[in-house]
Structures are given as C-alpha cells and as structure tokens.
Design a protein around this ligand. Structure first.
Ligand SMILES: N[C@@H](CCC(=O)N[C@@H](CS)C(=O)NCC(=O)O)C(=O)O
Length: 204
C-alpha cells in the first residue's frame, strides 16, 4: 500500500487524506511530529531532500513530495480533475495561487499562533501583521471568485477546492475573521457537504 508521510495538523497533509478518502484510495500513514526534526534527518532526506511533508511513497519506493503534485497524481483520471482543458488550466491556476498567494500567509500565521514554540513565535512576531494582511488579500480574491461561481474550476467540486480548503477552513486559527468573506463561508459549507468529507483531525 502507498504510504503518506505526514503531520496530522498540517493542512498540506490533510489535503491528501481528504482527497484519498474521497477517491477511495487507501494510504498507510507514517506520522512525524511538528518539532521532532525527523524530516530534516538523513533517512527522511533520502526520500525528500527538501525535508518536508507531505510525501507520498509508492510501493516500488518512488517518492513524490509537494501536496498539490500528490493530489494531481492520486486524482488523475477521476472526476476531481475537469476534462475540459480550460477548466483544467483554471484548476492549476488556483492550485498555484494556493501555494504562492495563500498558504505562505494563512498557513504560516496559523502555525505561528497555534503550533510554534515560544522561541519561534518571538523571532517572527513582528512579521505577523504583514502576513495577515497578505492572507486577508488572498481571502478577498477567493471571495470575489466564489461570489460568481460555486467551485474554483468548472461546475463541480475538484482538486482546487480541496487544495484551498486545506488551510482556509482553519484560517480563524491564524487570526482571520471568516465572517468578512461570506462567499468563502458558503463554499466551506459546500465542501463539508461533499460525500466522503473528513475533518482535519481524522486519522486512520
Ligand atoms: N509546498 C509544500 C509545503 C510543505 C511544508 O511546508 N510542509 C511542512 C508541514 S505543512 C513541513 O514539512 N515542515 C517541517 C519542516 O519544514 O521541517 C507542499 O505543499 O507540500
């Protein structure tokens, strides 16, 4: 069985657990602690020189890092990826947006405010207002899009929704007030209502 190297509280890892559950793809989970440094030691670096989870390890030993690449690999050929080339490109557009304009702010503020050690928090405390301003800008972009359309690409739920849900649903933990983004709130409810949806806390 394929193994997901993961941290339970990571939104990037949650994306993979959620998609694999909805795709009916079983995965073995290998857990790492947020602060144990295991992903920066030789055995893990041999699998992913970038030292980060999620990492998908196939039965033949091949390893794939990067949450959105793993999502793409697992969902290939499924209804989570639109068939239409324009909609597929839109899906990628939002998945790149997630990695460049959203996750570095929303995930990082959540990490600093809920998971960082006191030393880490002290070191980065001054950067939090700027990170939050950028995170709010990302939520605003999402809200504008979702006021016009139900899902991020095409007429149905897909990978871009899973990718953006990973950290958006927990944005309040990073100090964001989601009530300012009504279309985002309505979309979060629609995502939660999808068959096979699991919460971030669910482990198996
Ligand atoms: N762009 C990567 C980000 C991966 C990432 O930042 N992973 C964090 C957990 S969310 C991690 O492994 N942190 C441990 C470390 O950096 O040592 C992805 O989407 O998978």
């Amino acid at each position: 069985m394929r193994t997901l190297h993961q941290m339970q509280m990571s939104g990037n890892c949650y994306k993979i657990r959620l998609a694999s559950r909805q795709l009916g793809i079983p995965l073995a989970l290998k857990d790492y602690g947020l602060h144990d440094g295991e992903t920066r030691k030789a055995p893990f670096l041999a699998k992913n020189p970038n030292g980060r989870v999620p990492l998908l390890e196939l039965d033949d030993g091949r390893c794939l890092p990067e949450s959105n690449a793993i999502l793409w690999y697992l969902a290939e050929g499924s209804a989570l990826i639109p068939k239409d080339p324009w909609q597929r490109a839109q899906m990628l557009n939002w998945m790149f947006f997630e990695q460049y304009s959203h996750e570095p702010y929303i995930a990082v503020t959540r990490f600093l405010l809920t998971e960082a050690t006191p030393e880490m928090l002290e070191k980065r405390r001054a950067s939090i207002p700027d990170l939050q301003a950028r995170g709010r800008a990302a939520l605003g972009v999402m809200d504008t899009h979702l006021a016009k359309q139900e899902w991020f690409s095409g007429e149905r739920y897909g990978l871009a929704d899973i990718s953006l849900y990973g950290y958006t649903h927990a944005a309040d933990e990073g100090g964001y007030d989601l009530n300012h983004y009504p279309a985002v709130c309505a979309w979060l409810e629609r995502v939660r209502g999808q068959p096979g949806h699991i919460p971030l806390s669910e482990h198996w």
